[in-house]
Design a protein around this ligand. Structure first.
Ligand SMILES: NC(=O)c1ccc[n+]([C@@H]2O[C@H](COP(=O)([O-])OP(=O)(O)OC[C@H]3O[C@@H](n4cnc5c(N)ncnc54)[C@H](OP(=O)(O)O)[C@@H]3O)[C@@H](O)[C@H]2O)c1
Length: 382
């Protein structure tokens, strides 16, 4: 029996993680859950999984949660120290972080400092501070297991050889809903069109990131930190069917792909059971039924976000935090119908150019870059 904490349990990844835990049938026990404000769903999760601790980032929702619970034994936490309180418990084996955005960075750091295995869906934490997080994980002997399907695929494919035999990795991208949309019409696309992802059903922020290809840029940066690669070793290919989740090319020319139907339960379960595998509750892949798989080069002129992602990989320092924060603010403005779709990437590029770059930042420098980028993005979009 392994004890698991799920941060962001009310989101798309969080609820899929609870599905996986249900299917793993008593091999995993949920000892803590967290959310931002969705207390009603959290309350249902608490009643079913009976964790010891539960936390809500939004303090205004705590009373509603407390009044809704039938069991008084669960400890309800809020405020800055709540994640530390949950992940520092001696019985915790693994923490799956599915918080969305930069809000997940302090949580990731707490998990690492407490020496717990980190199953990481919250790629933004690595994008912001991979240069600090990876050495910190090494120092504390912590394994960071990716939940992102592409990075899970790379982790699985890497098992086919030694690290010094790896030539490059190839990350696949569905291309999002506007893959075949004319470039000059992108500025007119609506929020609803952008939220209509062709292959994956995800939270709003990552769905917009997939439409701009910002998500692929975030993943290229994530791959740099997770696997210790430089920009020339990370390739992106558009693969609309989302059946091959990513590939690793070895020095002898062998290319190992990880495949499966697009279902986040597979990489989530692999992250929980790593390095072992357990029976999964997912449909088998039928290649004959699929018939054809397609691949194309990404169009960086139409989707400049990917080019910006490579710039972040090359520059490092505070560029990741700036890129991420500017994107988060711009995506929210788009979701609020305040800006055009194409303004998202333009704003990110502008803020990356304007910011005061620091090559070897401290955590405080990273938090400052994040704060600056949020303010500057608001200003440039107003
Ligand atoms: N969805 C996918 O298929 C997928 C695939 C790969 C990677 N990821 C990554 O996984 C992460 C989560 O994505 P998602 O699609 O599951 O997002 P989501 O559906 O929006 O869920 C986000 C979760 O984070 C919580 N949260 C939001 N703001 C918070 C804050 N300030 N403090 C604490 N908790 C907060 C939310 O709580 P409330 O519900 O109370 O707001 C919710 O539980 C993202 O980093 C994303 O890039 C997602």
């Amino acid at each position: 029996m392994k004890n698991v904490v799920i941060l962001g349990s009310t989101g798309s990844i969080g609820t899929s993680t609870l599905d996986v835990v249900r299917n793993l049938n008593h091999k995993y026990k949920v000892v803590a859950l967290s959310a931002n404000s969705q207390w009603e769903l959290l309350s249902k999760q608490v009643n079913e999984f009976k964790p010891e601790h539960v936390s809500l980032a939004d303090e205004r929702c705590v009373d509603s949660l407390r009044n809704s619970l039938s069991d008084n034994s669960v400890q309800i936490l809020t405020g800055e120290d709540s994640v530390r309180e949950m992940v520092s418990q001696e019985n915790v084996d693994i923490v799956l972080s599915a918080i969305v955005g930069g809000a997940g960075l302090p949580a990731a750091i707490e998990v690492i400092k407490n020496g717990k295995t980190l199953a990481l869906a919250n790629k933004e934490a690595l994008v912001m501070a991979g240069g600090l997080i990876m050495p910190m994980a090494k120092e504390h002997g912590v394994n960071i297991i990716p939940v992102d399907s592409e990075h899970s695929a790379v982790l699985q494919a890497l098992r086919a050889g030694r690290r010094d035999e790896v030539k490059k990795i190839i990350i696949t991208a569905s291309g999002g809903p506007f893959r075949n949309h004319p470039k000059e019409k992108l500025s007119e696309v609506t929020r609803e069109e952008a939220l209509n992802h062709p292959t994956w059903n995800m939270g709003n922020k990552i769905t917009i990131d997939s439409a701009t290809l910002m998500n692929k840029a975030l993943e290229v940066i994530e791959a740099k930190w997770l696997f210790g690669l430089d920009a020339s070793q990370i390739e992106v290919v558009i693969h609309p069917e989302s059946i091959i989740h990513s590939l690793v090319e070895f020095c002898d020319g062998s290319v190992i792909a990880q495949m499966g139907l697009p279902d986040m339960k597979v990489p989530i379960q692999f992250a929980l059971t790593y390095p072992d595998r357990e029976n999964g509750n997912v449909k088998s892949l039928d290649l004959a039924e699929l018939g054809t798989l397609n691949f194309q080069k990404p169009d960086m002129d139409k989707f400049p976000a990917l080019r910006l992602g490579y710039e972040v990989v090359e520059k490092g320092g505070t560029m990741g935090a700036t890129f991420n924060a500017a994107n988060e603010v711009a995506v929210q403005e788009f979701l609020d119908n305040k800006i055009k779709f194409t303004d998202i990437t333009k704003a990110v590029e502008h803020v990356m150019k304007e910011h005061n770059f620091i090559k070897d930042p401290t955590l405080q420098d990273i938090m400052d870059a994040d704060e600056y980028a949020r303010k500057e993005t608001k200003i440039c979009l107003s």
